[in-house]
Ligand binder design. Sequence first.
Ligand code: AP5
Length: 215
Amino acid sequence: MRLIMLGPQGAGKGTQAQRLAATTGALHISTGDLVRAEIARGSALGQAVKGYNDRGELVPDTLIMQLVEPALTAPRHWILDGFPRDERQARILDAMLAGAHVQLDRVIVLDAPDDELITRLLGRRQSRSTGKVYNLVTDPPPADDPGPFVQRDDDTPADIARRLAIYHRATKPLEGYYAAQGLLQKIDARGPIDAVADDILRALRQPHGSRPTVL
Ligand code: AP5
């Protein structure tokens, strides 16, 4: 399985990709996590991407490709979360996969209204010790995770608004791009995390070539 998780900020791409990776053994590749890890390492690449990440803007393609390409062309199954973000990145991905003789199997779109997304993002916390993502309202940290639980630098109201605007302008049109390739399945991401996870698994069990919309 080589799968793209598409959807607006806060729809649950990271949450669901983490679960699906645990269920299937596929590698979860989050370009956002790669960006934040590189910043934490303090490398030259990390310094180059930091300003974009902190402002909630897209990192330039040449920099993001340096982070994501090694993982994508590795000989194993993956769930790609946060890439591509626009048609130009989608075409770069297509060319890269064709060059590596790797086939993309599905594109899952998680969708929910902006007001719900904003509430979720403001309540998001990540455990510094386990890396797991929780939500103060919808998915509180369990007692066995020692934390501490930190808020992302770009989860401020102004940055969230900027990220969602970029999503609607540049990323959402990718639904048409992948629908035209017969790869797209839309999932209603408004329900509880477990229910959305079940819908994703049900959608993935649909035989190849038969991809009804769940939404
Ligand atoms: P990235 O880390 O990808 O951030 P993002 O795009 O803002 O997406 P999010 O992580 O906010 O959304 P998500 O859907 O994964 O939400 P989550 O599952 O955590 O990117 C960060 C930055 O890196 C970008 O701004 C850019 O600068 C750079 N970058 C990354 N990729 C790039 C690229 N390709 N090109 C250029 N630049 C790039 O869920 C959110 C919250 O909701 C959590 O608290 C969770 O617990 C909760 N939740 C999830 N599902 C549910 C549910 N069903 N019900 C209730 N609560 C839920």
